[in-house]
Design a protein around this ligand. Structure first.
Ligand code: C5P
Length: 218
């Protein structure tokens, strides 16, 4: 039986994670947060104290890392049995993930891990290249974006809410840098798939984005 896939791609801070999790729960589908796989690899590389320029070492870690996704109230990620969920969320981890994500062999190795998520009644896959590279045959494709200023504001609020010290202009600069790295890289760059629906969430609430996508699916 063919398992339906809904891909939600877009830049960081566009609301993909929140929207994808809510949609997966609503539809009773599995959820793939592909960014967390790149982030987990970033943490594994930091733990191994390797240089990110040592491609062979990064590749070896990508091949051997033991990742586990535990569906509790919040998605929990374990690396070699240790819960790394909190570390995954930091800006530093995201920035290292984006450097590692530009290595072609690494992307090829992580492909199979992502395909494994296509199970249960369906899959909501969130990332940068879900509709273009990982699940090009997906039935439903969304390209979710928002202005860099709006995304930085959201990220800033999230961090402050968590009690983490944050600086809005620094976050805006980091978001712009990460956008540039993700869209300009040679392999699987962030871009809208030809058959994806473009959705700008700058002026929309999370509920409005979810409703718009559900209407499109139906
Ligand atoms: O989405 P998230 O911010 O967790 O992703 C962290 C980084 O991982 C991104 O900036 C991007 O470079 C990389 N990534 C990717 N392809 C994906 C998901 C994430 O290259 N499908």
């Amino acid at each position: 039986m063919k398992i339906p896939v809904l891909t939600i791609d877009g830049p960081s801070g566009a609301g993909k994670g929140t929207v994808s999790r809510a949609l997966a729960q609503h539809l009773g589908w599995n959820y793939l947060d592909s960014g967390s796989i790149y982030r987990a690899l970033a943490i594994a590389c930091i733990q191994a104290k390797i240089s990110l320029e040592d491609i062979d070492a990064v590749v070896n870690i990508a091949k051997s890392m033991q990742l586990e996704f535990v569906c509790a109230d919040e998605l929990q990620v374990k690396l070699a049995g240790v819960d790394i969920t909190a570390e995954l969320a930091t800006e530093a981890t995201g920035n290292i993930a984006s450097i590692i994500a530009a290595i072609p062999v690494v992307r090829a190795i992580l492909l199979a891990k992502q395909h494994d998520f296509q199970q249960s009644a369906g899959l909501v896959a969130d990332g940068r290249d879900m509709g273009t590279v990982v699940f090009p045959q997906a039935e439903y494709k969304i390209y979710l974006t928002a202005s860099a200023t709006e995304r930085a504001k959201r990220r800033y609020k999230q961090l402050i809410k968590k009690g983490i010290d944050a600086n809005l202009s620094q976050i805006t600069a980091e978001i712009e840098k990460r956008d540039q790295r993700d869209t300009e890289r040679a392999i699987a760059p962030l871009m809208q798939a030809d058959d994806a629906v473009y959705l700008d969430s700058s002026e929309l609430s999370i509920v409005q984005v979810i409703d718009t996508i559900l209407t499109l699916i139906r």
